[in-house]
Design a protein around this ligand. Structure first.
Ligand SMILES: [Zn+2]
Length: 160
C-alpha cells in the first residue's frame, strides 16, 4: 500500500511543469548560508537512498546543492537552498529532502509566494511523502509535523 501511495504522490508531482535547468534564480543559487557547508558525498547518498525507494533521482537533484549545518529542524528551505541538520541520520534527512523537493516543485519558496492555500496544499503533499518514507524506514513521526508547519504558514501568509 505504501508503494502505491508513494507512486500516487509522485504522479501528482510529475504533472507539474518540469524544472528548467537554465531557469533564473531562485533555483540557481549555489552558495550555502553562513555556517553551512556542502557535502557532496552525503548528498549523493541521500539521493541514492531516495532513488532506491522509487523517488526519481532527477527530482531529488532539484534540491542540489544541499547545505548541511546547524538547522533548527531536520531541514528547511532557506531562500532557494535546502539546508539540512548535519547531525541527523541519513534516513531522516533523505525523507526530509523528499519533502523539500515537493516544495521546490511547488515553488513555495519561503512560504507565501503563491498564497496560503498553495502553501498548505504543498505542505500536505510534502508531509505525506515524508511520512511514507519515515514509516518505511521505521523512523516514527517527524519531530516537526505538518500541523506545526501549516500553523506557521497561516500566521505568515494569511495577510491580504
Ligand atoms: Zn514543508
Amino acid at each position: 500500500m505504501d508503494a502505491r501511495i508513494l507512486c500516487a504522490v509522485v504522479a501528482v508531482a510529475a504533472c507539474r511543469p518540469s524544472f528548467e535547468p537554465d531557469a533564473p534564480p531562485p533555483y540557481r543559487e549555489r552558495a550555502c548560508p553562513s555556517g553551512y557547508v556542502r557535502d557532496e558525498a552525503r548528498e549523493v547518498r541521500l539521493v541514492a537512498r531516495l532513488e532506491a525507494n522509487g523517488f526519481e533521482a532527477d527530482r531529488a537533484r532539484l534540491a542540489s546543492p544541499v547545505c548541511f549545518g546547524p538547522a533548527r529542524s531536520l531541514g528547511v528551505l532557506a531562500g532557494s537552498r535546502v539546508v539540512l541538520r548535519a547531525e541527523a541520520e541519513d534516513e531522516e534527512l533523505a525523507a526530509r529532502l523528499a519533502h523539500l523537493v515537493v516544495h521546490i516543485e511547488d515553488d513555495v519558496g519561503d512560504g507565501c509566494r503563491h498564497g496560503l492555500m498553495h502553501a498548505v496544499a504543498s505542505e500536505q503533499r510534502a508531509s505525506i511523502l515524508e511520512d511514507i518514507l519515515r514509516k518505511r524506514w521505521a523512523l516514527g513521526p517527524a519531530p516537526d509535523g505538518a500541523t506545526e508547519a501549516i500553523r506557521d504558514y497561516e500566521r505568515r501568509c494569511a495577510k491580504p
